[in-house]
Design a protein around this ligand. Structure first.
Ligand code: F6P
Length: 522
């Protein structure tokens, strides 16, 4: 596979010139006035998701050269290597195959795909585990005694299932409540334990490694609570979702649903880590979630680069980060159920691409992951949108709107859609005729994603779209998007500090940590 870091391609230099000549001074209002087809040129249909990219600071010439940049960087080969099961996670010597979790079984594949044969065994194992997990989910759904499902996990073992269970609230079966405990702060677990009863609770211990200190601490406390409340049937009330079946067994859990080291934590909602979602929306719903994502995989894998939505979004990310110098992106889902979508995307983008060396360990001479942040609309409008409209920094916004609501309350949805359209419009148009405090410069870029409805399939497609756009920018940046060494140092230091909090020993500590430690112990 021939990966070339984006700054070492001819297109990189060409883009620098284009930025200076026409990118820097690009004006959206002028661009729309000059081109009646701009909406058409810069919109892109993909499975379950339509995107309007026309309100971005980009013209056809710059996009062409960005596509050259992708080709010259070897994006297609890199993508194909991922879909062939090659070990593209080089620092951990692992394949990257979360896409395989949503691939139909070999016998059901409509078109033959030779590269899949090399991972046929893995695909068979995926479906064996999926069927076992879905059978378990079906049994839990039918079990009226179980009213509360408590997922204990953190990072990818929390954010994915939590985001999806909340997002698909309209599809969640009545009679069961779902709780998510991630923080090592005991307040979180204690709050859940106050609300549940031992006989009616199922604890799911979700951890890829089954070693994460927060999750193990919470799992041990849940187990101790269970015993203290007179619970005896651990097999019925605890299940583990992990690649480390041995550790789960040692913990005393016999019901385990496994997955594999080629599934990154932040890419694991499609695996056994998705069990809370499968219980919540049922086997058919979970399969629809996988199928929606698979549709997006196929789009990413086969659509020409110029009509490939993850590619177009990923290239825009590179254009904004490395040429315009924008350091963050705000996500604004106009659907209240997508409340954890920004947090989910934070891990996806920032844990994947928040790196300052390339895959071979060389320092990057340019910026990588933007900071990602946001809240559902319309709430954000009454909090931080002020800064998006009039602040000194330009922050590209990515809106998500859903055409059809699931409720029938009159007026609400039209008002919601009017607001999302108006915000994108206001960012672009501004208000030049007003001066001083009332002046809006406008020309602030945004993308606009549209789902027909928020369903398991469209959510699956939306999340897979985001995974692949992160792949695209990471690929061009030359990064290994699938490791996360940056989380290790804090883990090691916490162990040392934990001991010092007990002993009070401050020798060798920096002055600030020593001072704070003494303050917290006093
Ligand atoms: O510390 C970061 C991380 O490794 C994430 O990548 C991961 O999603 C999270 O911790 C939880 O890990 P695990 O599922 O192994 O408990």
């Amino acid at each position: 596979m021939n990966r070339v870091r984006c700054d070492q391609t001819p297109a990189w230099g060409a883009l620098k010139s284009i930025y200076l000549a026409s990118g820097k001074g690009f004006d959206l209002r002028t661009a729309f006035a000059a081109d009646a087809d701009r909406f058409k040129t810069f919109s892109q249909a993909a499975p379950h998701v339509f995107a309007d990219l026309s309100k971005n600071l980009l013209d056809a010439q710059a996009e062409q050269v960005l596509l050259d940049l992708a080709r010259q960087s070897g994006l297609e080969q890199h993508r194909d290597a991922m879909f062939a099961g090659d070990k593209i996670n080089n620092t951990e010597n692992r394949a990257v195959m979360h896409w395989l979790l949503r691939n139909p079984p070999l016998a059901q594949m409509q078109k033959a795909r030779p590269a899949i044969d090399s991972v046929a065994n893995e695909l068979a194992a995926v479906h064996t585990t999926l069927e076992a997990m879905l059978a378990y989910a079906t049994a839990v759904r039918a079990d009226q005694q179980i009213t509360d499902v408590v997922n204990i996990g953190i990072g990818g073992s929390d954010l994915g299932p939590q985001m999806a269970v909340l997002a698909l609230d309209e599809f969640v079966m009545p009679g069961k409540r779902f709780h998510f405990v991630s923080n090592v702060d005991g307040h979180e677990l204690a709050s859940v334990l106050r609300k549940v009863k031992v006989d009616s609770t199922l604890f799911l211990i979700a951890s890829k490694t089954f070693t994460t200190i927060e999750t193990m601490t919470n799992a041990n406390s849940a187990k101790a609570w269970f015993a203290a409340q007179g619970g005896t049937d651990v097999a019925r009330h605890f299940a583990a979702l992990t690649t480390n079946v041995v550790a789960a067994k040692a913990f005393g859990i016999s019901t385990t649903f496994g997955f594999w080291d080629w599934v990154g934590g932040r890419y694991s909602v499609w695996s056994a880590i998705g069990l809370p979602l499968a219980i919540a929306i049922g086997a058919a719903g979970f399969k629809a979630f996988l199928a929606g994502a698979h549709d997006m995989d196929e789009h990413f894998r086969t659509a020409p680069l110029a009509q490939n939505l993850p590619v177009r979004l990923g290239l825009l990310d590179v254009w904004y980060r490395n040429f315009h110098g924008f350091t963050s992106r705000s996500v604004a889902p106009y659907h209240s159920a997508l409340k954890r979508y920004p947090a989910y995307l934070q891990q996806l983008e920032m844990e994947s691409n928040g790196k300052s060396v390339d895959a071979s360990g060389q320092a990057l001479p340019f910026g990588s992951s933007p900071a990602l942040w946001g809240e559902p609309g319309t709430n954000g409008q009454h909090a931080y949108f002020q800064m998006l409209h009039q602040g000194t920094d330009v922050v590209p916004v990515e809106f998500v709107a859903v055409k059809k609501p699931k409720h029938s309350l009159p007026g609400h949805h039209t008002l919601l859609l009017a607001n999302v359209l108006a915000q994108a419009q206001a960012l672009m148009l501004g208000k030049a005729d007003a001066g001083g405090h009332k002046h809006f410069a406008g020309n602030r870029p945004s993308s606009f994603l549209v789902l027909d409805e928020l369903t398991p399939a469209s959510l699956g497609a939306l999340i897979a779209l985001q995974e692949h756009r992160v792949f695209v920018s990471g690929s061009l940046w030359g990064i290994n998007s699938f490791d996360q060494w940056g989380v290790e140092l804090g883990k090691v230091l916490a162990k040392d500090v934990e001991a010092r909090l007990g002993s009070g020993e401050v020798a060798g500590l920096d002055g600030s940590t020593a001072g704070l430690l003494a303050k917290l112990r006093s």
